[in-house]
Design a protein around this ligand. Structure first.
Ligand SMILES: [Zn+2]
Length: 246
């Protein structure tokens, strides 16, 4: 803690600090997801609770970078439901702290709780694509909406795009949570949640350049990018033993 003794004294009377002391005293009773980086499967609520608990113990300041724990991206904190699937996106910041050296970076995870399925990928876009491979295997065959067809006017779908999609998309994939694929400008290739006419993703056509993941199983068990998972300098690494083996 960087605060001086005086500052800490004042905080002791803070209600949050009382809660924190309680939580620290009962840390051995914690039965939720690990309070550190993990590659094991946990349902979204357990990941949320673990991260919340970490911030209670350690404060919110720079909590993403300091905790190395899974948390929901602000811009995409709701899950996407398609049929029996429900995909929730999480990020983790594995970059080394300011006083540590070594490789690190951002990883993304998509969790499909009804299936006990998850995938960990080197980017949010890649995790989203792998979830679609899992939940909507046919998505790669969907028609790409050309850039000439303006899809959105602000927050609303244009009539032109709606008609284009209605005519060309397979009937059974014009359902809640189903994605569309749109041609994009360079550097505007992020997949956007809740932007399909049915509340699914608007996937950038650049996704089709990436090969399909062989199976959900492989996505989970396959090797992770080693550079991002190498432990940082001694003392800063978030207990990794369990994480790497699952
Ligand atoms: Zn699923």
């Amino acid at each position: 803690m960087g605060t001086n003794r005086h500052g800490e004294q004042q905080l002791a009377f803070d209600f949050d600090e009382l809660l924190r002391e309680d939580a620290r005293a009962q840390l051995h009773d914690w039965t939720g997801a690990p309070l550190r980086f993990t590659t094991a499967y946990y349902p979204p609520t357990l990941l949320d609770e673990a991260f919340e608990h970490w911030t209670l113990l350690n404060g919110r300041f720079a909590s993403h970078a300091r905790s190395h724990m899974w948390h929901r991206p602000l811009w995409n904190s709701d899950a996407t439901t398609f049929g029996e699937h429900r995909g929730a996106l999480f990020d983790v910041d594995l970059s080394p702290g300011p006083d540590a050296e070594g490789p690190g970076g951002l990883l993304a995870q998509m969790v499909c709780e009804p299936c006990n399925w998850h995938t960990i990928a080197s980017s949010e876009d890649s995790a989203v694509e792998q979830w679609h491979d899992h939940a909507v295997p046919e998505w790669r065959a969907l028609p790409v909406i050309p850039a000439a067809v303006r899809v959105r006017d602000g927050a609303t779908l244009t009539k032109l795009a709606a008609a284009w999609i209605r005519e060309r998309y397979p009937q059974h994939l014009q359902v809640p949570g189903a994605p569309i694929i749109t041609e994009r400008q360079p550097f505007a290739t992020r997949h956007v949640p809740r932007y399909s006419p049915w509340g699914g993703y608007d996937l950038s056509a650049t996704a089709l350049d990436h090969p399909q993941t062989p199976s959900a199983e492989a996505a989970v068990r396959g090797p992770l990018p080693s550079a991002t998972l190498r432990p940082r300098s001694a003392g800063r690494a978030p207990g990794r033993g369990r994480g790497l083996t699952g």
